[in-house]
Design a protein around this ligand. Structure first.
Ligand code: FES
Length: 151
């Protein structure tokens, strides 16, 4: 079994989430990697699959769970939607609360070998690390206006 080497389990755990862009047919897909176990060092808490991969869209509305420069909000083994706060189980993708209750994130197949995470989903081809620009650009409001001094 092969697959594209994405990153390491350690990196996903350190950052809390890790995102990449893949190709499915003629569409780009955003994928989010999250640790499945909260406390991987705890005895018995290291599952066969310590990292899970999900399509990076809330099931309620078209909202990214992982955002560039911010990452994903993860809490108590869940990924929390930044828009309305529904929490998805990081291991199962399921949600039992808030606006997205009763739905499940679309899963992406990844495999862990020797501490590295590989994309093994036959529907997706890896394109690049990170996510595409959300809306072509005016969302990045830097500090430039406030640093522009006049005399
Ligand atoms: S968009 Fe995620 S809960 Fe509403």
């Amino acid at each position: 079994m092969s697959g594209y080497r994405l990153t390491t389990v350690e990196t996903v755990r350190e950052r809390g989430s890790w995102a990449f862009t893949a190709r499915e047919g003629d569409a780009d897909r955003e994928v989010l990697l999250v640790p499945c176990a909260d406390e991987p060092d705890e005895e018995g808490a290291s599952p066969d699959q310590p990292v899970r991969a999900w399509i990076n869209r809330c099931t309620h509305e078209d909202q990214r769970l992982h955002r560039e420069g911010v990452g994903a909000v993860t809490r108590g083994g869940s990924v929390v939607c930044p828009k309305h706060g529904s929490a998805f189980d990081a291991c199962e993708g399921s949600c039992d609360n808030g606006e997205a209750a009763g739905t499940t994130l679309r899963s992406v197949d990844v495999t862990v070998r020797d501490g590295a995470v590989f994309l093994t989903d036959g529907d997706l081809n890896y394109l690049r690390e990170g996510l595409p620009d959300e809306d072509g650009g005016d969302g990045d409001e830097g500090p430039s206006s406030s640093s522009h001094l006049t005399f």
